[in-house]
Design a protein around this ligand. Sequence first.
Ligand SMILES: Nc1ncnc2c1ncn2[C@@H]1O[C@H](COP(=O)(O)OP(=O)(O)O)[C@@H](O)[C@H]1O
Ligand SMILES: [Mg+2]
Length: 361
Amino acid sequence: MITRKKISQILSSYDQENLAICTLGSHSALNIFKGAKEEGFKTVCVCKENDKILYKKFPLADEILIVREFADILKPNFQKKLTQLNTILIPHGSFTAYLNTKQLTNSLFVPMFGNRQLLDWEADREKQKQWLSNAGLKLPKTFQKPEQINTLTIAKLPGAKGGKGYFLSNSPKSFRKKIKEMIRRGLLSRKDVRLIHLQEYVLGVNVYPHYFSSIINRDVEFLGVDKRYESAVDAIGRLPASEQLEIGINPTYTIVGNIPIMLRESLLPELIRIGESVVKVSNDIAPPGVIGPFCLETVITDNLDVYVFEISARIVAGTNVGIGISPYAYLRYGENMYMGRRIALEIKQAAKQKKLGEIVT
Ligand SMILES: Nc1ncnc2c1ncn2[C@@H]1O[C@H](COP(=O)(O)OP(=O)(O)O)[C@@H](O)[C@H]1O
Ligand SMILES: [Mg+2]
């Protein structure tokens, strides 16, 4: 395991007045780089040849390092090069998608902004559930066995990205029927059936609040909210019901983009309390708890009950809706504050106060 001791050794070799902010070229990289530039940092983009066009088009990366695949970042020589550039890595969704937790916690010795232990909690549904329920949040009911299904239920496949192959059922009978069909269509293998996670489907609207847990300010900031634009689920409602029945479609949730939301103001006190409880519990499960950005995936019902079904313990792509114009960040910081910049600001303040060791792991 990469210990904090090891990281602080590496930090002590850094020229802390000359730090570089680095991330993988995808997900929220533009957001992170823009913020870093605005706070005066050098930026490094680790990117695939095919995506270089993007990071040239928006000239925010001072250096572009090409890799064949993102996992190449783990190669010791590559990491050495990054440390020679005084690099702080900013993890985002592509880190957890393309590197596994073991690689993140055991092989990556470049100092990383945030608490990498929590990326492990994020990757494991059971651990997530424990974290969120210890924080006293409302979670969708889960069913241990298909026989227990007694309400509309979403079946989540292990390791699925973007909810591909997730399906709904409302009884053991409809569950079995759908499973058969999934296996027939090659979307599921028989041995994976017992790994399916069954969760009550909460009828409501999706709301994704973005928080920032500041070690320097000792505060949990509320910086933005988005909702997702997902294919095919957001397309299904455009078909008349008769055609929906005819094609027997199952919703999938492949993310295509994000849409900013301003919430009804009376919802905010609860969302703020929820964010604070999540951080409090994170302190017990993986001290020093959340460092920097995190996001909750919630469904809000017509009774205004907030159900939380997932947590991301790092920046989410939904914060991209705030680049340059995040209204909640405006309320706290004035113009032109957004998640990428907030991260850079925290790093800058920590460096100034000789507290970098407190915000990287
Ligand atoms: N319990 C639930 N109730 C209602 N909708 C849900 C529930 N769980 C997931 N969803 C919907 O399915 C999508 C994908 O589910 P999620 O658990 O976030 O999968 P992933 O692991 O791909 O992020 C969500 O964005 C949301 O729209
Ligand atoms: Mg999700």
